[in-house]
Design a protein around this ligand. Structure first.
Ligand code: FE2
Ligand code: FE2
Length: 358
């Protein structure tokens, strides 16, 4: 529950605009890719599906959804201390992640114009959605007297290059995990409205439908490229990206467990439900799913998270850098050991299950 402490002196909360973010391994990155290769992708195997999705995207179901109604027009200064910080951290990472999608989709749309008309328009419409999502989150941050200077971030932050194949795997997963995160919070708050401490959570139902549609578009892209699902290499890459996305999720959720407490959610159960659902969904696109029922699966992920929390604690200490490094090294190695053993757990063959009703 949100603390009901007396609101502090209002002057404590001065609006601040941030043009840099604290970069950690878990901060969402900005991406760029091989636009030439993307323009030359043969989409014929999924052209009908992509055309249908383009028509749906043009309909723009959420055109009037992202409106700040009177519920937002009040002070939020009663949310203070660790809770305020945890919620702001959630809003900030979500905003950066949505904005990262906007930048990549916008650039793809620009570079593919005149070369791959269907993709150029689809990416333009997905960029439209992500700009709305990022803008809405940034306005929510504004309610807590903090906002991100997205223009400066665009120019100043480093972009990570991913081959288009990696972009397809990771964006598919991030859209689908985004869908599950939003919808599970929404459904939980429908059952427990007393924990809805800020109105943005009401918007999550229609919001997550945008992410679901984006995920479906990336599923069509993935299935149009047999090398992404019909080869032994694709099975290894799929395992790698599934595990990376799930491990990042576990670490992030447990780093901000205070935010989940505020929602009346238990961080570990929420994390597991999101991973189980996303893994099952991914089985419709990827050649393999991870065996989340394996007894070591969540146990090892949880151990990674505990080690990561210890690392964060060391980072916050005021010890000399060299001492911090020496203390962190065995913890980092232990995380890699767990991840390696998780990677080696035999996956579930999703291609073999295809056609079987699940
Ligand atoms: Fe989004
Ligand atoms: Fe999205």
């Amino acid at each position: 529950m949100v603390s009901t402490l007396q609101p502090p002196n209002p002057e404590v909360f001065q609006t601040e605009t941030k043009s840099t973010v604290q970069e950690t391994l878990l901060t969402p990155r900005f991406y760029t890719t091989d636009f030439e290769k993307t323009a030359n992708l043969d989409l014929s195997a999924q052209e009908k599906g992509l055309q249908a999705m383009l028509t749906e995207m043009r309909t723009d179901y959420n055109r009037n959804h992202f409106v700040r109604n009177e519920e937002f027009e009040r002070s939020w200064d009663h949310i203070v201390g660790e809770e305020r910080q945890a919620f702001l951290d959630y809003l900030e990472r979500s905003c950066i992640s949505e904005f990262s999608g906007f930048l990549l989709f916008k650039e793809l749309s620009r570079k593919l114009k005149g070369r791959s008309p269907i993709l150029a328009e689809i990416f333009q419409l997905m960029a439209r959605d992500e700009a709305r999502h990022a803008g809405f989150l940034n306005k929510a941050m504004g309610d807590f007297k903090l906002s991100l200077d997205l223009g400066k971030l665009t120019k100043q932050r480093t972009y990570t290059f991913f081959p288009i194949e990696w972009v397809i795997y990771t964006v598919y997963l991030s859209e689908k995990i985004g869908y599950w995160r939003y919808i599970l919070i929404y459904r939980h708050l429908e059952q427990h409205p007393e924990h809805r401490f800020y109105p943005i959570f009401r918007m999550f139902e229609s919001w997550c439908q945008d992410e679901n549609r984006h995920g479906d578009i990336f599923k069509a892209l993935l299935r149009s490229q047999p090398q992404l699902w019909d080869t032994w290499q694709s099975r290894l890459w799929s395992r790698f990206f599934l595990l990376s996305v799930f491990a990042t999720h576990t670490l992030t959720v447990h780093e901000r467990s205070i935010f989940y407490d505020m929602l009346g959610l238990e961080a570990t159960s929420f994390d597991r439900e999101v991973i189980r659902e996303t893994n099952a969904t991914a089985g419709r696109a990827f050649p393999v799913m991870l065996d989340t029922d394996h007894p070591a699966f969540f146990d090892r992920l949880h151990q990674c998270s505990n080690l990561n929390l210890k690392i964060s604690e060391i980072n916050r200490s005021h010890q000399p850098q060299i001492l911090k490094f020496c203390r962190k090294l065995p913890l980092v190695l232990a995380i890699f050991g767990h991840l390696l053993r998780l990677y080696l757990i035999k996956p579930i063959d999703a291609e073999a299950l295809r056609g079987v009703v699940r």
